[in-house]
Design a protein around this ligand. Structure first.
Ligand code: UD1
Length: 370
């Protein structure tokens, strides 16, 4: 076997694509410490900051998605796609990867397409129950497609599908013994009940409105809240709220130490992004999911229902969240039996080794090529 396999991992846009990619890279490094990994992302997107922070090198392509609303806004898109494919071809020629991984998102398309043209084997990792357009288009040429949900034959050739679950960063879900450290970092009281609110990597307007509206009730019950707002909402919330400075309230735009926030929480309110759900199954805490209605084919509702059907999570619709979400969370916090049941059931849904299984598949492809 080639002891120095070279792997390109491409994709990004949101945490939902970036963090599985980092989890795969970490697993590759732990199985094959000598392997060389290069990330390829989209210029100006979150991966250009998060990937180097995780210790990996990344190169950016000048590529964006289709913008809704006006043809004019998309005028430059075909040129960007062409120049990105050209740059991807050059990256492949220079780096000479033995295998390529695509996790979805803007950069994944040009890079996988270039890999296909250059006969480099590639693996696709699809996080959701509904396949993204890039992954669907490039699925036929993939050597393997690693998925997290049943029924993905609807989008991909059945013989290429492997159900692995979504890869998660091991350090994020290792929360044992971190409750006090979490409370300390977030300047909260480790003895008080705590709700964590997370809107996924970009934050969620509905969750923010719901918390903002009912913050006085949370404080009145002497409950603490770790409130991740997302970058776009943070300043507005801080400007509007004097309660933001109450000792029970910790507001952040992004949680860099998600493990400590998970560890500090007694109940979690969350969007139903596939990566977050994979983590929630592993940390085994009671969860209320509020699926985003603004995603393709309503896939977050499908993600959430997979848990709800097994009594492994509660669900509140986006439409009713402003009225009922906080009351439901405060009620759940007081019901220790229900919390225990939800924790037990969500743990049964976990697929803990996705990162290692996918990394092994990638290394098999690299070995077959070299
Ligand atoms: C609006 C949108 O398009 N959402 C999609 C996006 O979600 P999104 O980008 O929110 O991704 P996920 O919910 O899957 O994962 C979020 C990731 O970000 C991390 N995190 C989050 C907040 C924070 O403050 N700190 C932090 O580290 C979480 O630990 C997790 O690893 O990709 C997912 C996976 O393709 C999809 O299922 C979602 O529908």
């Amino acid at each position: 076997m080639n002891n120095f396999p070279k792997i390109i991992i491409s994709g990004g846009g949101t945490g939902g694509h970036i963090f599985p990619a980092i989890a795969i890279a970490n697993a590759l490094k732990s199985i094959s410490p000598n392997c060389e990994i290069l990330f390829v992302g989209a210029e100006g997107r979150m991966e250009m900051e998060k990937v180097p922070a995780a210790g990996y090198k990344i190169v950016g392509l000048n590529i964006s998605g289709i913008k809704r609303g006006s043809i004019l806004k998309n005028f430059a898109l075909p040129f960007k796609v062409l120049s990105s494919v050209r740059k991807a071809m050059k990256l492949i020629a220079d780096f000479k990867p033995d295998a390529v991984v695509g996790v979805g998102g803007y950069a994944s398309g040009p890079l996988l397409y270039a890999a296909k043209l250059k006969n480099i084997p590639y693996l696709i990792q699809e996080q959701n129950s509904y396949a993204g357009i890039t992954n669907k288009l490039l699925g036929k040429g993939a050597a393997k497609i690693c998925v997290a949900f049943d029924g993905m034959e609807e989008f991909f050739p059945a013989d290429k599908i492997l159900k692995t679950g979504n890869p998660v960063r091991k350090n994020i879900v290792d929360i044992t013994g971190k409750h006090h450290a979490g409370a300390e970092l977030l300047k909260l009281d480790p003895l008080k009940k705590t709700i964590l609110v997370t809107g996924g990597s970009l934050g969620a307007g509905t969750l923010n409105k719901s918390i903002e509206k009912h913050l006085p009730e949370i404080i009145a019950q002497d409950v603490q809240v770790i409130w991740q707002t997302g970058k776009f909402y943070y300043n507005g919330i801080i400007e509007r709220l004097t309660a933001a400075y109450h000792p029970n309230v910790c507001i952040l735009e992004f949680l860099n130490k998600m493990d400590l926030a998970y560890a500090a929480a007694d109940v979690i309110i969350s969007r139903a992004g596939a990566g977050t759900i994979a983590e929630l199954c592993l940390i085994e805490k009671p969860v209320i999911l509020v699926p985003s209605p603004n995603v393709a084919e309503d896939h977050q509702t499908k993600n959430a229902l997979a848990l709800v059907k097994n009594d492994a999570a509660m669900m509140v619709n986006d439409r009713s969240a402003e009225d009922t979400l906080v009351a439901e969370a405060l009620k759940l916090l007081k019901d220790s039996q229900r919390c225990e049941m939800l924790s037990e059931n969500i743990a049964k849904m976990a697929l803990p080794d996705a990162d290692t299984i996918i990394a092994e598949e990638v290394l098999k492809l690299a070995k077959a090529k070299s």
